[in-house]
Design a protein around this ligand. Structure first.
Ligand code: ACO
Ligand code: HSE
Length: 485
């Protein structure tokens, strides 16, 4: 793990304590900078003033101000590249901190420090909540460019991102051109959000809307619509993996005791005493907002789960629940490891994300269309892509059902100076966050070819904190040789 070395901006720093008053999620990201962007006109025509953008940097800027890698995060990521692409970050790996200044800026709408529904609206004195303005991917890159300027950056050696981050990478390349953005790497992404992806966003937002605690988005943070938000994350996760990765990982296994504990599925102390309670317990297992506990002791009042099927199962094998004819009831297995995984992931997510932010940032994805309002190309997507002059690397995942491999083929077929690489992983879309070895190799190879002046320069002798130890970067050896997976 490499620690960040903050590069200071000439923009005013935001008062963190005041931001944290209304946004408890900011403190999940350590050591980031948050600056105030004085003004930006959004694509919608609305002008924002003095709004926060969070960022982190690693490495040092060279004298020319051009050894910069801009790394863009995905939907629920933050500026902390070390947190989600850690193995790619450090001396001599893809995001080579001994030669590049690596910068990651947080997208608007995210709860991790940039302008979001959790900020106070100066006009009302209340948090924006559902009144937060629509911000697009193009708005993000224009806001982020203002921050890069404030860091003394003259041009970007390469912009890199996966999924939503890939949308930003494409917008960076199209908006600022090849004089400013020299190269681009886009993984598992699209030039415009597909009908399939828009539909998944919609289904996830509907989960949130249907939570009685949602209150049109005017909920208080201590009573978030966590049921809807966790359901949204569960269905999103299914789109991030593949059928075969789940089959491989879980099959029809039951969860282990540890997994069951992780999913917070409580044992019901009161075993079902009759057939109705027994059936009810199976029926509502995992229902987070069960009201039945008001009527029956036999159903847990725990907010994260209701009655434990395990107790039901054991009760049915050992208990006296019987049919009218006195026959012991033995239900088939109804609780599986795959379920406990989803419940755990849902629980984990509500600890780190906000429902209005989720709605805002999924709407951002839906608006993504590289051709929108690019009148010089008659809003023709082929023409917009053909205008991207930068050497580009497109990385696609064969099993990705969300941003399909054929979408990556399309990008590579239209962007003139591009190459396409494949990740043959079972993991589906999220392979862009998991298949570090291959991604590292592809990016190193691409940068060696296209950012040769920087990759072949001697490492800058800044002191690097690696695994807590202060070490000097090696002056010898090729990147591949020192990459120990
Ligand atoms: C401040 C911030 O948090 S910034 C945001 C960080 N996140 C991002 O950037 C978003 C991108 N990242 C992601 O989407 C994910 O982290 C990924 C795709 C990279 C990896 O997902 P993970 O959840 O870490 O991995 P995976 O899907 O394998 O799940 C592993 C977890 O499920 C648990 N688990 C596995 N099987 C089961 C099961 N049957 N029942 C219960 N739990 C299970 C594991 O114990 C593990 O728990 P842990 O997270 O407490 O270690
Ligand atoms: N797992 C990623 C997927 C979105 O591309 C995220 O949560 O950001």
């Amino acid at each position: 793990m490499v620690r960040s070395h903050s590069r200071k901006s000439s923009l005013k720093s935001v008062d963190l304590a005041s931001l944290e008053t209304t946004n408890p999620f900011i403190k999940l990201v350590k050591d980031q900078e948050i600056v105030e962007v004085p003004e930006l006109e959004l694509e919608s025509g609305l002008t924002l003033h003095n709004f926060p953008i969070a960022y982190k940097t690693w490495g040092e800027l060279n004298e020319r101000g051009d050894n910069v890698l801009v790394v863009c995060h995905a939907l629920t990521g933050s500026s902390d590249v070390a947190d989600w692409w850690g193995p790619l970050l450090g001396p001599d790996v893809a995001f080579d901190t001994s030669r590049f200044l690596v910068v990651c800026l947080n997208s608007m709408g995210s709860p991790y420090g940039s302008f979001s529904p959790l900020n106070v609206n100066p006009d009302s004195g209340e948090v924006y909540g559902p009144e937060f303005p629509l911000c697009t991917v193009r708005d993000d890159v224009r806001a982020h460019k203002i921050v890069l300027d404030s860091l003394g950056i003259s041009s970007v050696a390469c912009v890199i991102g996966g999924s939503m981050g890939g949308m930003l990478a494409l917008e960076w390349a199209a908006t600022f051109g090849s004089k400013y953005v020299k190269n681009m790497v886009a993984l598992a992404t699209s030039a415009r959000h597909s009908a399939w992806c828009i539909s998944w966003s919609e289904a996830q937002r509907q989960s949130i809307y249907s939570d009685p605690n949602y209150l049109d988005g005017y909920y208080s943070l201590d009573n978030q619509p966590v049921v809807g938000l966790s359901a949204a994350r569960m269905s999103a996760l299914l789109t991030y993996r593949s059928r075969n990765s789940f089959e491989n990982k879980f099959s029809r296994r039951s969860p282990s005791v540890a997994q069951e504990q992780k999913s917070k599925r409580k044992q019901n102390k009161n075993k079902p005493s009759n057939l109705q309670e027994h059936n009810l317990a199976i029926h509502n297992d995992g229902h987070r907002q069960s009201i039945t506990h008001d009527r029956k002791d036999s159903v847990s009042s725990d907010t994260s789960s209701t009655t434990s099927l395990k107790s039901v199962s054991s009760s049915t094998s050992t208990s006296s629940v019987t049919s009218k004819t006195g026959k012991a009831i033995k239900p088939a297995q109804t609780y599986f490891s795959a379920q406990s995984y989803l419940r755990y992931q849902g629980n984990k997510f509500i600890e780190r994300f906000d429902a209005n932010c989720y709605i805002s940032i999924t709407r951002k994805l839906d608006t993504h269309d590289l051709a929108r309002d690019r009148d010089e190309y008659d809003e023709d997507l082929d023409e917009v892509l053909e205008s991207i002059q930068q050497p580009s690397l497109i990385i696609g995942i064969k099993s990705d059902g969300l941003f399909t491999y054929s979408e990556q083929e399309y990008l590579a077929s239209k962007i003139p100076n591009s190459e396409l690489k494949k990740i043959d992983s079972l993991e589906g879309h999220d392979a862009f966050l998991l298949e570090f070895k291959l991604i590292n190799e592809y990016i190193i190879e691409f940068l060696k070819k296209n950012a040769k002046e920087i990759t072949s320069s001697p490492p800058r002798l800044w002191q690097n904190e690696w695994d807590g130890e202060i070490v000097k970067n090696s002056l010898f050896g090729e990147a591949e040789e020192v990459t120990n997976w």
